[in-house]
Design a protein around this ligand. Structure first.
Ligand SMILES: Nc1nc2c(ncn2[C@@H]2O[C@H](COP(=O)(O)OP(=O)(O)OP(=O)(O)O)[C@@H](O)[C@H]2O)c(=O)[nH]1
Ligand SMILES: [Mg+2]
Length: 189
């Protein structure tokens, strides 16, 4: 099962790992909810967006680790906080050798904005395998899900095959997501 390891800002405090998956996304898209749905309740689900300000590390069955990153793009944040978030991410992506998969979570109802596109370019630059999760699908009808999935795939210029539609509320897409994560972590070196 899942166990919280620690919170960290810089590399000295990253836990040891046999392979890691990181979850990134705009504040409030449901990163912590997805981690909870995948592995059992442990990650903090906030009422105040952006409350998780550090990298939070978890261990899954002693097999691999999970990193929950603070959400980006929320309002009322100072320039200093933006810089410190940027530095924390820069260090993480450039130095975390154990990182094997990036899962970018998006709200299926919204077209990716500048913040999402910046994060996407960032992930692209580090050339790690990426998976795109379109969450909160319970908020849309079946037709709208299809339409939004296509729109988001076109905006990011990624293959729909790399996208998984989820709902934490209905627990849909969660099993498929977990299988894909574990397959990728097992195969990629
Ligand atoms: N309807 C619906 N609500 C969801 C879903 N996933 C998450 N939520 C809700 O969205 C809100 C934000 O969820 P979190 O999991 O805290 O989001 P987060 O991305 O971790 O947020 P930060 O840590 O602040 O960046 C909560 O009120 C959740 O209950 C979903 O699939 N469907
Ligand atoms: Mg969170």
């Amino acid at each position: 099962m899942i166990r919280f390891l620690n919170s960290a800002k810089s590399i000295e405090s990253y836990p040891s790992s046999e392979g890691e998956v990181v979850f990134v996304g705009r504040s409030n898209v449901g990163k912590s909810s997805i981690i909870n749905a995948l592995y059992g309740t442990i990650a903090y689900v906030g009422k105040t967006p952006g409350k998780t300000r550090l990298l939070n590390f978890f261990d899954v069955d002693g097999r691999y680790t999970v990193c929950d990153v603070p959400g980006y793009g929320y309002a009322n944040i100072s320039d200093r906080e933006i810089i410190s978030f940027g530095e924390m991410m820069e260090e993480y992506f450039s130095k975390r050798k154990e990182l094997k998969l990036c899962v970018m979570i998006l709200d299926i109802r919204r077209t990716p904005n500048e913040d999402d596109l910046d994060m996407f370019e960032y992930l692209d630059y580090y050339e790690k395998p990426c998976l795109f999760v379109l969450n909160k699908a319970d908020k849309l009808s079946g037709n709208e899900v299809t339409k939004q999935t296509r729109l988001i795939a076109e905006t990011l210029e990624v293959d729909e095959e790399n996208m998984i539609v989820t709902s934490c509320l209905k627990k849909s897409g969660i099993k498929e997501l977990k299988e894909t994560i574990e397959e990728t972590i097992g195969n990629y070196d």
